[in-house]
Design a protein around this ligand. Structure first.
Ligand code: MG
Length: 371
């Protein structure tokens, strides 16, 4: 009989994360110079503390916003006090009953429970997600929309960090996008590759015009249009592989995408799908059905990034494209340890749980405590 451990306190911290370089995406219509992140600490009566982070990419990228995370935690935290945080599925059911939907606000709480499970069992999270695979995790460079020259400058900065996969944000007018794709493609060397991420900006006809104009190379195009149905229409008329990102929000979305043959790969963003518990289920489905994944966070600091890298570290290399380290784009660091860039590659930490130790002076005072 396993004796219970109980959640005794949930503390919430708000941290502003400045971006080193301002960032535009979706044809320039979405602009960001900082992110608003929520970091939670869950304490137990056994003295184990778990950490989690939830950080939407601003308020305009997804139907998610930072104040929503904190309002959601205010709803959910009282429901979790007294429960055993190691029972991650049970905790998740409690959250789904207390507050249906709103997946992104549950991610930080879910992550902190996984951190506690890892610390209680002495295992890094990747071991709990199926077992560590002995592979480096490729990091992709995130390149904001700009002129071809600005985008190449941003790629060059990434190359200096060792990055070989560059996710280039496009989605302005057709002629400019074709120009950007051609300039970037001819700049990259043979061991590098690019994804062109439209972040929903094109209508179907624009997608067809751009994608049919660049058929010399087979290129990954990500989330070309706003809706799933538009992306599916594009998928049916192009030979380029399609990555679905923003429109994969629930398990049912990937089941439908697989049935429709709507994509070859997805962006599996932990926060967007509701945290590590839900992301793991989608990961397992993709492994079974042959869908490649970028496993990464929506945004955030080293705490959030490291959770995603643990899931990637336990995902077969054959099904994994890359991860992305948002914290590498920030001017502050919220924790020691974690999954860092090592020449374009990263690895999940080997210490129990997430393997991060938050810096309390960076976090400041808790803005809310539930006990
Ligand atoms: Mg994307």
């Amino acid at each position: 009989m396993v004796s219970n451990i109980k959640i005794s306190r949930i503390s919430v911290y708000q941290v502003t994360l400045p971006l080193e370089h301002p960032y535009r995406l979706s044809g320039g219509r979405l602009y960001f110079d900082k992110l608003d992140s929520t970091i939670v600490a869950i304490d137990t009566d056994e003295g184990i503390r778990g950490w989690g982070e939830g950080c939407p990419w601003g308020s305009t990228y997804l139907p998610a916003f930072a104040k929503g995370v904190r309002a959601g935690i205010e709803e959910l935290a009282p429901q979790l006090l007294g429960l055993d945080p190691r029972r991650t599925d049970s905790i998740y059911r409690t959250m789904d009953i207390a507050l249906p939907g709103h997946p992104y606000i549950k991610s930080a709480l879910d992550m902190a429970c996984w951190d506690i499970l890892g610390k209680a069992t002495g295992l890094p999270l990747c071991e709990l997600f199926g077992g560590r695979l002995n592979q480096p995790i490729i990091i992709q460079n995130s390149v904001p929309t700009g002129t071809p020259e600005e985008m190449i400058e941003s790629i060059a900065r990434g190359q200096q960090k060792g990055y070989t996969i560059h996710t280039c944000k496009i989605g302005a007018d057709v002629a400019k996008d074709i120009e950007r794709i051609k300039a970037v493609s001819s700049y990259l060397s043979a061991n590098e590759s690019a994804t062109f991420d439209v972040n929903r900006a094109w209508l179907v006809d624009e997608a067809m015009r751009v994608m049919n104009a660049v058929t010399d190379n087979i290129i990954y195009f990500e989330q070309p249009c706003e809706t799933y149905e538009e992306c599916l229409q594009v998928r049916r008329v192009t030979s380029h592989p399609i990555i679905l990102d923003e429109c994969i929000q629930r398990y049912g979305d990937i089941v439908r995408a697989n049935a429709d043959r709507a994509c070859e790969a997805i962006g599996l963003k932990i926060g967007r799908v509701g945290g590590l518990t839900k992301a793991k289920r989608i990961r397992d489905f993709c492994v079974e059905t042959g869908i490649r994944m970028n496993i990464e966070e929506t945004g955030g600091s080293i705490i959030a990034d490291t959770g995603a890298v643990h899931l990637a570290q336990a995902t077969p290399e054959t099904h994994l494209r890359a991860t992305w380290l948002c914290h590498d784009m920030l001017t502050i660091d919220t924790a020691t340890g974690g999954a860092r860039n090592q020449g374009g590659k990263t690895y999940a930490p080997e210490t129990p749980g997430l393997g991060v130790e938050p810096k309390l002076d960076v976090l400041g005072e808790a803005i809310a405590v539930y006990e």
